[in-house]
Design a protein around this ligand. Sequence first.
Ligand SMILES: Cc1cc2nc3c(=O)[nH]c(=O)nc-3n(C[C@H](O)[C@H](O)[C@H](O)COP(=O)(O)O)c2cc1C
Length: 227
Amino acid sequence: MTDQQRRPWIVGVSGASGTPFAAAVLRGLLAGGESVDLVVSRASRLTLLDETGIAFRDAHWREDLRCWLERGADGKPDAFAVGGAELERVRHWPAGDLAAGPSSGSYPAKGMLIVPASTACVAGVALGLSKDLLQRAASVTLKERRPLVVAVRETPLSGQTLKQMVALDEAGAVVLPASPAFYAGATHIQDLVDFVAGRVLDAAGVEHRLYRRWEGELGGGSRSPEG
Ligand SMILES: Cc1cc2nc3c(=O)[nH]c(=O)nc-3n(C[C@H](O)[C@H](O)[C@H](O)COP(=O)(O)O)c2cc1C
């Protein structure tokens, strides 16, 4: 694929708890053959360090991303295998680089997924602050009328955040709380993470096999996939 044909999903990772959600969405996009432009906020480097022990470095982003994507939600370091060809489809932009591609509407992109989204990020995008590349790319996505999915992670929610979530909905974004359901037969923490990641990909229209869909039958999720 030439650079001109490339139309990535922009994935913004902000500083809410939930870096395993981001990893699951990124794996899902890459498994689906999609290209990704990745923006990792300054604050999310703290949550990533806290939740995985990985210090994300701009200069060694590919190495650090591979460690992150190969880690399971339970902390196992080699739960997933991520190939070099898949990582080749990722482009990383430092969060402070406001001259980066995704800061302009003329940069080709399918849309943007913010996973997880902090309440600070929700506020910034709702107000159009553009305080860093992640928020600027989200504002650009809205103004270009491209799909924007905001996977909020906070509880409880203040009235202020609720109003900002309504503002995002009215602006055309899908506001998707990072809240797993239990009907899909989860037995491991990864299943709960993959459910949320799968719903993010559903909202973006990206095919995946991250969770078992409701089939209209009570108790279906507790059966084995074969039965
Ligand atoms: C370990 C840790 C966990 C956090 N978890 C959350 C969270 O779940 N939700 C949230 O809205 N903010 C959370 N925060 C606070 C955000 O990181 C903070 O508001 C930050 O300014 C967000 O910046 P960003 O949106 O630019 O990434 C957390 C911070 C730390 C250090």
